[in-house]
Design a binder for this molecule. Structure first.
Ligand code: XMP
Length: 525
């Protein structure tokens, strides 16, 4: 049997750039499996991962800065194809004996690259001039021996290097960002032509590999899946069902923090499509009691995460009793954790913990299950592809992301039943209007947030009101790691605002969040 695709990854060595994950995604878009590793990982360890190719990411620092991350030349001598980007490119030039100068000239933003050889490995089939995205202070002025200079820019005499014999390549710019017009082609040329890899990470291959992996891990044990109604847990559930059939029971906890109509959708759409064994538990009282008096977002997440697990533990016992199968207690808990969750929660590269996503960071110490996270290696678009491959209906696969802690983290302030019903009504209106305007495809997600601790004066009907604001947070994004606020048409905003202030009691203002991520996050909490 051939080795699993995940055992010969394209490794992206993270030199501290915010772009490392994006590079990994671009490699996946080229249908090759990739993973991010920190630059602090010793070269032997990186090579022991059996990489099919290595990409050295950009980094925030100058190669001359104190404590600038170093590149171990062993990575370049191992016979593994290497592609250096920005900082990674300069580190490579330096390590191979070329010259990188501290010019003091910064080149930032879009610039034109002159391609010296449009038949080269990296630039084959591309025009002699292309727009590229630059962000550097230092410049390579002399290429290392044996490497051809195949592109220049106004600020960089050596902007791309290639050596087909040693399979070493690099560009000064950022091919992974959209502003580099031919960036994806350059990356694909490295992977497919330079490194000679086969684009084998397809939806069908992903499903086969992940299903096989789950089967091996779970054996003949029982598992339950925490179904939230979102894309991730639905696809995780469908995948595990494909792997172990009726050893899986899906548990849907109505924690009282759901949007209008959500429980019904899960019961109907998902079960109709997959035929999974579903148990629905109404635990709203338990969650809302535990959340009483709590306003701090991280504490809310921790509490919701903790209650989730408690409910599941009980559900697991019930599943066994109900089936009269004491011999096979539930051993595994399936969760729809994704690769960006793993990395953002500090589990990947040691990145800062921005928010403890409840499905990774907020688990209690006394957890009684072994986690199965069949999607933990995947990006969102891959999860959707896997879902489609598994026959999960479009209505679920294309659904906008919704956080596990639900409306609990969209009420700024304490969570109460009354506030939930206000938010639910406002959220439903926003969703209805966005869908009616045909805007769902343009929006990554649109959190609707209730500022429960804020009041402002208004005039509604004949009198003065002192109500709460609702925030609309429509964002466009590729993977939720970064996002921009969506420029919704004014007339759509006007309809949403008009309906919310008319139809939802206690709300007398609707405001639009016009912040990108960073600096804001997508959710308010
Ligand atoms: P932020 O707010 O961090 O959100 O920009 C990024 C993406 O993650 C979702 N999100 C969560 N998902 N548990 C989840 O399962 C959480 O605690 C959580 N917090 C944020 C958010 O909706 C967005 O898609």
């Amino acid at each position: 049997m051939t080795a699993p695709l995940t055992e010969k990854p394209v490794l992206v060595v993270d030199f501290g750039a915010q772009y490392a994950q994006l590079i990994a995604r671009r490699v996946r878009e080229a249908h090759l499996y990739s993973e991010v590793v920190p630059h602090t990982m010793p070269a032997q360890e990186i090579l022991a991962k059996n990489p099919a190719a290595i990409v050295l990411s950009g980094g925030p620092s100058s190669v001359y800065a104190d404590g600038a991350p170093e590149l171990d030349a062993a990575l370049l001598d191992a016979g593994v194809p290497v592609f250096g980007i920005c900082y990674g490119f300069q580190a490579m030039v330096g390590a191979l004996g070329g010259t990188v100068e501290h010019t003091g000239l910064r080149e930032y933003g879009a610039t034109q690259a002159q391609i010296e050889d449009t038949a080269s490995t990296l630039f084959n089939g591309q025009p002699p001039e292309q727009s590229v995205w630059m962000s550097h202070g230092d410049s390579a002025s002399k290429a290392p021996e044996g490497l051809r200079v195949t592109a220049t820019t106004p600020g960089a005499a050596v902007a791309a290097i290639e050596d087909d014999e040693r399979k070493l390549y690099g560009v000064q710019w950022h091919p992974e960002v959209m502003h580099s017009t031919f960036g994806q082609r350059v990356l694909e040329n490295f992977l497919l032509r330079g490194a000679g890899l086969e684009a084998d990470w397809t939806p069908k291959a992903m499903v086969e590999e992940l299903v096989e992996d789950v089967r091996e891990r779970v054996g003949d044990a029982r598992a339950i899946c925490a179904l939230s109604g979102g894309v991730d847990s639905s696809v995780a559930g469908a995948l595990v069902q494909r792997a172990i059939g009726d050893q899986l029971t899906c548990v849907f906890v109505d924690h009282g923090l759901l949007r209008a109509g959500e429980a019904e959708q899960v019961k109907q759409d998902f079960v109709d499509a997959t035929g999974v064994d579903l148990v629905v538990i109404d635990a709203a009282d338990q969650f809302l009691d535990a959340l009483a008096g709590v306003s701090d977002p991280e504490q809310k997440r921790k509490i919701i995460g903790r209650e989730f697990i408690r409910v599941f533990e009980q559900a697991a016992r019930d599943v066994v009793t109900d089936r009269g199968d004491e011999q096979h207690p539930v051993k595994f808990l399936v969760q729809g954790t994704l690769y960006p969750d793993v990395v953002e929660s500090g589990g990947g590269t040691g990145a800062a913990n921005i928010k403890s996503h409840h499905n990774v960071g907020g688990l209690p110490d006394d957890l009684q299950f072994t986690l199965v996270e069949p999607l933990r290696l995947l990006f969102k678009d891959e999860v959707r592809q896997v879902g489609t491959e598994l026959g999960v209906p479009d209505g679920i696969v294309q659904r906008q992301p919704f956080p596990g802690p639900g409306l609990g983290i969209r009420i700024v302030g304490e969570v109460t039943r009354e506030r939930l019903s206000i938010l639910r009504a406002a959220d439903l209106i926003a969703r209805e209007e966005l869908t009616a305007a045909g805007l769902d495809g343009e929006i990554w997600q649109c959190p609707v947030v209730l500022l429960a601790d804020v009041r402002s004066v208004g005039v509604q009907g004949d009198g003065r009101t002192y109500g709460h604001p609702i925030v609309l947070r429509p964002v466009s994004s590729e993977d939720a790691m970064t996002a921009d606020w969506t420029r919704l048409p004014y007339d759509v905003l006007a309809r949403i605002s008009g309906r919310i202030t008319n139809e939802v009691p206690d709300v007398n203002r609707v405001v639009l969040d016009v912040t990108s991520k960073p600096p804001g996050t997508i959710e308010w909490e």
